[in-house]
Structure formats: C-alpha cells, structure tokens
Design a protein around this ligand. Sequence first.
Ligand SMILES: [Zn+2]
Ligand SMILES: [Zn+2]
Length: 181
Amino acid sequence: MDHYGGEIMPEKRKKNLNTTPLQINKQHRKTSRDFHFRSDGIKIVGKETDMQECKECRRILPTTAFTTKSFREDGAYTLQKACRECKTTLYKEQRESRKNASPKPERCERCHKKVEKLQIDHLHGTFTFRGWLCRECNTGIGSLGDNLEGVLQAAVYLENDKNKIIEILDKVYNEVFARTA
Ligand SMILES: [Zn+2]
Ligand SMILES: [Zn+2]
C-alpha cells in the first residue's frame, strides 16, 4: 500500500506537486479573471503574451519559461520567480551542497530558535554548504541579497550612524560566540 491508498495517481497530479492550499483574499478576487491556458492544459495566471523577469538571471522571458508555483482561487497557477533553467541549476546546487553539510543542529544558526525543520543554506552559485537555517531566516537573508553587502545595506538603512552600527556589531558578535562556545 502506498501513500495514495493503492490508487494510481492521475498523470497530471503526478507531474505537478503543488499542494498549496487555496488562499482566498481580496487580491485574488480582483485578479481572478486574468488567466490563460498553456498548451499542456494548465491554467496560468496572466495573459499568454506576458513576459516575466527571472529573479536569478534577470532575463525577460515568456511565461512558458517558468514552472508553476501555487494556485489561486480560480485554479490558475502562479509562476515561480526564477526560470526553469535557473531552478534546475539551483536544485543541483542544493543537492550537491547537501553532501557537504555538517550534521543538522537543534537550533537555527541565525536566530538560535529550536526548529524542527531546518533548511540547508548554501552559497549561491556554488556547491558550498553554508549552514542550517530556519525557513524565516533563510528567506530573510535571501531577500536581502543572500550576501553580507545586502545585509549591511539593510543595517545602514536602519541606523545611519556608522559608529552605532559598529557598536551593535561588537555586541551581537560577542553574544553569538558566547552561546556557541
Ligand atoms: Zn533565470
Ligand atoms: Zn532562524
């Protein structure tokens, strides 16, 4: 007996692993008339002629260059922000960096919260394992550019006094090493 109670999964469901529950909100209602059908029969958000910028390679590509993410109220799928090609590269990087990962700790290496599901963080564009993070920290650091420069730009935005930043950095640095010692 398998997960599906011995039933053979319909071909379409096997191909598409999107199981995100429906999220109904105002924005979805407003845009729910805006969709088209792709040649494989999948209902996609937006017009067939729409172009989208890949957040990784920055190329402007047709919607067919992106895989689906989750679906909205009217059953139309939203698309991933990174193109198929970049996603494939990213998955490969994640797979390879997993091989070099240190044993999974109990706590997130950034916020130090005890989380059951920690994610592997790797250095973008490489197979280098960087650490274990909770989902929030992984997404947060990623949103800030996934590098020190981006994180520091946010620091300067929050506090424009450089000496104050250095003072807080000293404090944070000591705290982090005090707890890992
Ligand atoms: Zn791309
Ligand atoms: Zn965390």
